[in-house]
Design a protein around this ligand. Sequence first.
Ligand code: AMP
Length: 368
Amino acid sequence: MSSAHRQLLPLKANSVIGILGGGQLGRMTALAAARLGYRCHIFHPEAESPAAEVSAFATRAEWDDEAALAAFADSVDVVTLEFENVPAAALSFLEARVPVMPGASVLSITQHRVLEKDFVKAQGAETAPYRAVRSLEELRAAVAEIGSPCVLKTCRFGYDGKGQAKLWADSDLAAIWGSLKTDDAILEGFVNFTCEVSVIVARGRDGQVVSFPVVENRHANHILDETHVPAAIDPRVAEEARRVAAAVVAGFADFAGLLAIEMFVTADGHVLVNEMAPRPHNSGHWSMDGAVTDQFEQLVRAVSGHALGSTDILRPCVMKNLLGDDILKVPELMKKPGARVHLYGKSEAKPGRKMGHVNFMGIEGGAG
Ligand code: AMP
């Protein structure tokens, strides 16, 4: 590590925060960093980068371009990420040169659904029943053990319902296994949940842990549609969800940054962890207008060595994603009192693509 990287904490204004990934999460992190006087350097392989557009520096290169990674590492004071599937080799390469938060040890777990669930259970949290599945024979055995309905998912690179299939008693297992095109999957029992919630928890470089309030997430076509804040659940269940989140983050030996944990709430009040992401999360976008400190500022505070901020709710609110052609509704949304519109500057509105979101302030019910 060069002497530039042994800076005293908190990082001084004008320090440079490196962000791995060039999407909207990086964009909103960079905007929050700018408010605290920091500059961001985005590392992104894609041609278009909503994050690079608002940042002082950007490197467009592939994850295996060591010359580009080395130059990036030399130019920043700390690295964080907005994309959890950064290849392990790129992370180790960077970690040898500059602090990366969260680092390779965290991502090796959160990039793989079986390792993730093993880890969560080891921290004393509950999950749906699950089995690792590497072949059609293992799938048949796992379905027999877990029972139907159940859900088959690829262990890596699944998102927004991609790489998963619901299985029923009469499903053609051979056809479904073939269509998944993987030899590394997980079979989970289907959870008859009453609602889906999430908790985003932050840990600072000094070990301080602060969680955001529990929110309820409603999906449409497997993509997050709305987040309702606060979640309308029994306060004891909410307390349990926050306790679980703190226990999971405490399980990582070395962690600074954000951990978003998605959970199912069952009719009998149990909280089952579904999955987690070591980065800002779509279900935390409400905090940009609804919390004393938003999730992006909290991430910047965590990795720059500042104290974490208060996550208290200012007003109940509903966050609604703007997907694809929803972007056409923006002129009307701008007329609504209490609606705060956030757009990501993407040039093409493909179906299902996250183009922006709206925070409807002071609303506890539907987003209207
Ligand atoms: P995931 O990619 O794991 O977040 O799954 C996407 C969505 O599929 C979740 O938000 C749930 O709505 C649903 N889902 C995933 N796993 C299960 C499960 N084991 N039981 C019931 N619903 C599930």
